[in-house]
Design a protein around this ligand. Structure first.
Ligand code: TYM
Length: 351
């Protein structure tokens, strides 16, 4: 499904948008659990920047979600500031989108509580992210980890959002959000639209790691992940270490996954003629991976270094960051309060 473009986005595209002056609502979030990376950028933030021009957008630092895996809060403040700064440096305009911190919106906790009564133990236990995290932290399988998708649904539907720009790994959470919405609407009456994961009609993105195993990630496989804060030498070092082989010996050999990954990374940051050059060299069995990685490294440096430098300056301006968070929370609170009135009314919690 695709949101409509331009003026038509403000028309009646679903029954929850009830006047021509209202725009479709977009919501998404990022956990402050470490440095942001290329996966966060191309899976999510790149789309935030495009969507803020046309839609009513709520973008959030998910500090409450971070507590499910990172109970030690000593680095939390710095990480929250980093996520905000890196979002702004990547092109989010706090004047256009509401950019805020999850824990500043207390209504989230109330909606999370109500939704918990509509979420079943069996489905929560089967969630892929729950199983992965439970495996990684066997001594801290807390109830917050189990109900993580419920909190995420609360974040989204608190603004009655329809479009949720996220990477591929969040697909299951969005499906669960729709299930909670259907149950709520069925039991208490139509209050919420069903939210959809969104990537401009394209498949959701998964940015692969440089070692050919899995995806780029905030806290795992750090040498195989390109962070927006990496300096130029670190970027070059990581790219040059990416796994390759001696190259194909037969024309039209299918690419192994780790080689496909390098082409995919190139498609994100390199010019079309450079990509075409290496595609043709691969087909003709003339590819030199050393040269290809040098090209990729320089294109990554050109892409990442302006974001890093901008983010660094913003991160040091604590006064500005506080202002952004407060203004964002004001906008988010207004929307959250309006929704919660509808919710309490629908549930019969008005005495
Ligand atoms: P988080 O913090 O893990 O990731 C933030 C965003 O980055 C995307 N992403 C990727 N996309 C492509 N390739 C990758 N390698 C990659 N790694 C991360 C994620 O898909 C995500 O869009 N549960 C969410 C945070 C959240 C949220 C929300 C999201 C809390 N409430 C409400 C949307 C709506 C998470 O852990 O994202």
């Amino acid at each position: 499904m695709q949101p409509l473009e331009g003026f038509s986005a403000r028309l009646l595209i679903n029954p929850y948008i009830c006047s021509m002056s209202e725009k479709a609502i977009v919501m998404s979030g990022i956990r402050p659990t470490g440095f942001l990376h290329l996966g966060n950028y191309f899976g999510a933030m790149r789309n935030y920047v495009k969507l803020q021009e046309e839609y009513t957008c709520f973008f959030m630092v998910a500090d409450l979600h971070a507590l499910t895996t990172h109970p030690d809060t000593r680095e939390l403040k710095e990480n929250v500031h980093r996520v905000l700064a890196e979002n702004i440096a990547s092109g989010i305009d706090p004047e256009k989108a509401a950019l805020y911190c999850q824990s500043h919106i207390k209504e989230t906790a109330e909606l999370y509580l109500y939704l918990n009564m509509l979420a079943y133990l069996g489905e929560l236990e089967k969630t892929t992210t729950f199983k992965d995290k439970a495996r990684l932290q066997p001594d801290n399988i807390n109830a917050g980890l189990l109900t993580y998708p419920v909190l995420q649904a609360a974040d989204i539907i608190l603004h009655r959002a329809t479009w949720v720009p996220v990477g591929k790994d969040q697909e299951q959470h969005l499906e669960m959000s729709r299930n909670f919405v259907k149950r709520f609407n069925h039991r208490y009456g139509e209050v919420f639209p069903e939210p959809m994961a969104y990537n401009f009609g394209e498949d959701l993105v998964k940015v692969p790691s440089l070692d050919g195993a899995g995806k780029m990630s905030k806290s795992e496989n750090q040498m195989a992940t390109l962070y927006l804060a990496d300096d130029d030498e670190m970027i070059r070092k990581k790219v040059m270490k990416a796994k390759t082989d001696a190259g194909p010996t037969e024309p039209n050999t299918p690419k192994p996954d780790y080689i496909q990954n390098i082409f995919q990374l190139m498609s994100l940051v390199s010019k079309p003629d450079a990509i075409q050059f290496y595609e043709e060299a691969y087909v003709k069995c003339q590819i030199r991976y050393g040269d290809m990685k040098k090209q990729l490294a320089e294109d990554m440096v050109s892409f990442i270094s302006p974001i890093r430098e901008k983010a660094e300056a913003i991160r040091n301006d604590k006064k500005y960051l506080t202002q952004v968070m407060e203004a964002g929370a004001d906008k988010a609170r207004e929307s959250a309060r309006a929704t919660m009135e509808k919710v309490r009314q629908a549930m019969g919690l008005v005495y």
